[in-house]
Design a protein around this ligand. Structure first.
Ligand code: ATP
Length: 286
């Protein structure tokens, strides 16, 4: 199914509520989405999140918006933020999506430093599941990090923020020509060098994301300047095992930071994390 239709939403069905956060392209608001047909019957609106793009569109602009919408619209998975619809017929452009009440994962990790290993494992598991679904649709995320994962009302994680995502046609790599800001601390060294992102570079980033989950989302390689990160990694250094991180979990992170071809694909990571979740007693002793 290559074809999917963009679900256009009439602006009058949306009532914008409080802001939830701000990004490079605009503000995300909580909102009510009312039903299409106004009937005499009382129907509760759906609570959603609406990303309102500010004008003029900055950076890659419209292309990034389309990338985001096309990813959200294609992938139906419990661990990928789902698209409800778009407003494109008038300005401002809006993306209406599922509301994740607890906001970004990095914030959750900072606010809840005392989470159990089982809760952290579930977060890693959820992200691996969402990433497996993205890769199955030939989509490379390119900006996977705790700040780009959202947490819903039941504390389940959903991969989000597809402004940088691209669909791959045929090959495993996609060259990335624009010199936009990219978060070097999450990027695989070969992608820093070549500006080519791949399924394997997403796996590297997932390892860093797992490290954030066990490190209360402190800055990876804190104390090292951006310009020194690549050489630090090339010298063979990796992020250290966070305190309280079980060895078997750390081994999974380490496997994400190997040579590109040696990194475990998301179905493998997903299976390993599910197995650790099923067996917390023996698996999680540090
Ligand atoms: P970028 O600037 O690269 O687009 P960003 O994550 O900073 O990335 P947005 O995607 O615009 O920018 O999101 C801004 C903030 O709004 C997020 O950090 C998050 O806290 C909140 N947010 C975004 N989407 C949702 C959502 N579906 N549910 C709840 N909160 C959300």
């Amino acid at each position: 199914g290559e074809a999917w239709s963009l679900p256009e939403i009439e602006r009058r069905r949306v009532r914008i509520l409080e802001p939830l956060g701000e990004g490079a392209y605009g503000v995300v608001h909580k909102a009510f989405l009312f039903k299409e047909v106004v009937s005499s019957a009382v129907s509760l609106p759906q609570t959603v999140a609406v990303k309102v793009f500010r004008l003029p569109l900055r950076g890659a602009g419209i292309r990034d918006i389309l990338a985001e919408v096309s990813v959200l619209g294609r992938v139906r998975n419990a661990h990928v933020v789902s698209l409800v619809g778009v407003i494109t017929t008038e300005f401002p452009l809006c993306i209406v999506m599922e509301l994740c009440t607890h906001g970004s994962l990095d914030g959750v990790l900072r606010r809840h430093p005392g989470l159990f290993n089982s809760a952290r494992l579930l977060m890693a598991h959820d992200v691996s599941c969402g990433m497996e679904a993205l890769h199955a649709q030939c989509i490379i995320h390119r900006d996977l990090a705790a700040r780009n994962v959202l947490v819903d009302a039941s504390f389940r994680c959903k991969v989000a923020d597809f402004g940088h995502a691209r669909r791959v046609d045929g090959t495993t790599e996609h060259s990335h020509a624009e010199t936009d800001r990219f978060a070097i601390r999450w990027v695989a060294p070969e992608a820093v060098l070549t500006r080519r992102f791949s399924y394997s570079t997403d796996i590297w980033s997932f390892g860093v994301l797992m490290w954030e989950i066990w490190s209360h989302a402190v800055l990876p390689y804190h104390g090292i300047a951006n310009d020194d990160i690549l050489s630090h990694i090339q010298e063979g250094n990796v992020l250290a095992r966070p305190q309280d991180c079980p060895k078997r979990v750390y081994n999974l992170m380490l496997s994400c930071w190997t040579e590109p071809t040696a990194r475990p694909a998301f179905p493998v990571l997903h299976t390993s994390l599910a197995a650790l979740l099923d067996d917390p007693g023996t698996a999680l002793s540090p």
